[in-house]
Design a protein around this ligand. Structure first.
Ligand code: SF4
Length: 605
């Protein structure tokens, strides 16, 4: 390890106060500066932070954006989610690969570039997209890929290569990104103007118990998809014992096809920050943390400036809005590329400076959350709704939407539609009407709620989007009649296999076996009994997994088996010989034939 790295680690660890909860920040900084967190750096960090070396190594090897081996100066992470692949990511990948002269997963000999695939980066409405370090590149094609590589080789900077900015705050001097908001429909809750401080002042005129009463009266439910009543969550946390309490904002929308929080973070930062502050007042917390997904690092400086502006305006800090005794402040905690951290207990682990492993529940975060203290965890959209409720009144909010799902919902739609983007719609809208808005005239299948949600066909298009029918955290992916639902399900299962934290066997092994058997059917080697086996195994994984990840990961198979049965039945055929075709013997023999230069006589080609 260089003297530079050693001095940097010493200095940076001291800057964090050697707080173990800042370990992820330390590792991120070392990665950004030195291209890896080498084994020597791990030792130095563990010494400086006074943490077991295994804890530091465990963290570094958990997150996709950290590595123990050196990465190139430019790490190209090309998104390989289903929508990006539909829009041409494979061709873009080939162009990058050819231009760089390396395969995916490799680094060029001059140490300038690393090339990697990455799951959804929250840009499905402008796919294919890639992150190069922290800069987002959208609407890529082969020519653009070659040009990017050429310009970086000639010494251009990433910032200099973004010459056209997106709309709204994407053009802000602290963002300067080509990302477009693609707001297609503005509703009254999220996309209306807010005078910073107006909701907060109304909240501070009430007692904390009255604020919670208003949130309960509004019947606001968490916008992440599960729909737990927000007022009840705040009340549990308020009543939990503990001198220190926390407010955590989940800005880790990693569900493929979800990008609506990206737009709130960009265009309505005061709204959700105000919601966090109101939550702090309601539950008696002094500190809040925004857990910002690593993919949205380009928004970090802008958010931190907005937080500082609020401090300067007396909307954060001590004596907020002149309210004696009320103190609340917010910091940004960066993630580092782990889908599972969207699960609230994993997110808490990550905020604590650990691997993003889920925790057992109970105890629930309301009793024992961040650092073992009572904690409210809500996502960006939920906090934004809470602020609007305090501003406009709980009755105003409760009167929108449907009976069990009041208010509006932000939906991010992508795939085979002519108007991809973000829509604020009232809950209770029919899927068919929404597809019409998005101009998805040839929709044959729609993934509602991302891979962990459900795939529905035309027979379900008259169902409504709400918690009690088609629930979604915000992701709607449209597939037209040319797409193969089994291929899509296989891609989603691949995603779950990659992203499982590996803690429990049903999820770690079960998802792998599910993918393997699904691929057997997909390749035409399946028989009818495989379909029963798939369903049974999927049910087992769902039942026996430890956290929400494994409990929903078999959904691509379960929902396509239910709603697209004929697509499976077309692919399987009875096997009269009763010999289990568990693998492709010809493919298995091909390598051996190449090495020996002989052909199999028992299994001829
Ligand atoms: Fe980890 Fe999956 Fe088990 Fe959750 S269900 S703890 S993600 S292995």
């Amino acid at each position: 390890m260089s003297n530079d790295a050693s001095a940097f680690i010493k200095e940076y660890c001291a800057k964090t106060g050697r707080d173990p909860a800042r370990l992820l920040d330390v590792a991120r900084e070392v990665q950004a500066r030195f291209g890896c967190v080498s084994p020597q750096s791990i030792t130095a960090i563990s010494r400086e932070m006074k943490l077991p070396r295994a804890d530091v190594e465990g963290l570094v090897t958990f997150y996709a954006f950290l590595s123990t081996a050196p990465k190139g100066r430019y790490v190209i992470r090309l998104c390989n989610d289903v929508v990006d692949m539909m829009k041409g990511a494979r061709d873009v990948g080939e162009a990058f690969s050819r231009e760089l002269g390396i395969k995916f997963g490799r680094t060029t000999a001059d140490g300038l570039f690393s090339l990697e695939w990455t799951p959804c980066i929250g840009m499905s409405d402008q796919a294919p997209a890639a992150l190069i370090n922290e800069t987002v590149f959208t609407h890529l094609d082969g020519d653009k890929a070659r040009r990017i590589v050429g310009e970086l080789r000639r010494g251009s900077t990433l910032e200099g290569m973004v010459d056209t900015f997106g709309d709204g705050n994407n053009a802000h001097p602290l963002v300067r990104s080509m990302v477009m908001n693609n707001i297609r429909m503005r509703g009254p809750v999220i996309f209306s103007d807010l005078q910073p401080g107006s909701a907060l002042k109304k909240a501070l005129a009430l007692s904390p118990a009255e604020v919670i009463r208003d949130i309960k009266t509004s019947r606001l439910r968490g916008r992440g998809g599960a729909g737990f009543p927000t007022g009840m969550k705040w009340d549990f946390t308020r009543q939990a014992e503990g001198a220190e309490k926390y407010v955590l904002c989940n800005a880790d929308e990693g569900e493929p096809g979800t990008f609506k929080d990206r737009v709130i973070l960009t265009e309505c930062p005061h709204l959700f920050l105000e919601g966090m502050t109101i939550a702090g007042y309601a539950i008696g917390a002094r500190k809040g943390i925004i857990y910002l997904r690593g993919e949205y690092a380009y928004l970090r400086a802008f958010l931190e400036k907005t937080i500082q502006d609020r401090r300067d305006s007396g909307l954060l800090g001590r004596g907020i809005c002149g309210k004696a005794g009320f103190e609340f402040d917010i910091r940004v905690q960066m993630g580092a590329g782990a889908y599972v951290c969207g699960e609230e207990t994993s997110l808490i682990s990550s905020c604590e400076g650990s691997r993003g492993d889920p925790k057992n529940r109970p105890p629930f975060p309301a009793q024992k959350g961040f650092l073992g203290r009572p904690t409210v965890v809500n996502n960006v959209e939920t906090f934004a709704c809470a602020a609007r409720i305090l501003d406009q009144g709980p009755g105003w909010f409760a009167n929108m939407g449907s009976n069990g799902s009041p208010g509006t919902k932000l939906l991010s739609v992508s795939g085979d539609c002519r108007r991809p983007g973000v829509y604020e719609v009232p809950f209770g809208i029919k899927l068919r009407d929404f597809l019409r808005m998005a101009d998805a005239s040839d929709a044959a299948a729609v993934q509602v709620g991302g891979p962990s949600g459900q795939m529905v066909g035309p027979a379900d298009f008259d169902r409504t989007i709400c918690y009690d029918d088609l629930a979604t955290g915000g992701s709607i992916i449209v597939f037209d009649s040319k797409r193969d639902v089994l291929e899509i399900a296989s891609a989603f299962m691949e995603f779950f296999v990659e992203e499982s934290c590996g803690f429990c066997t049903p999820c770690r092994v079960g998802n792998f076996l599910l993918k393997q058997r699904l691929d057997k059917v997909l390749s035409g080697r399946g028989e009818p009994s495989d379909l029963d086996a798939l369903r049974e195994l999927a049910e087992t994984v769902r039942f026996a997994s430890r956290c929400g990840f494994g409990q929903t990961s078999p959904n691509p198979i379960l929902t396509t088996l239910k709603n697209f049965r004929s697509a499976y039945e077309k692919r399987v055929k009875p096997n009269p010989e009763r010999i289990e075709p568990s693998f492709d013997i010809r493919a298995a023999l091909a390598d051996a034939e190449n090495i020996t230069g002989r052909k199999s006589v028992l299994f001829p080609a």
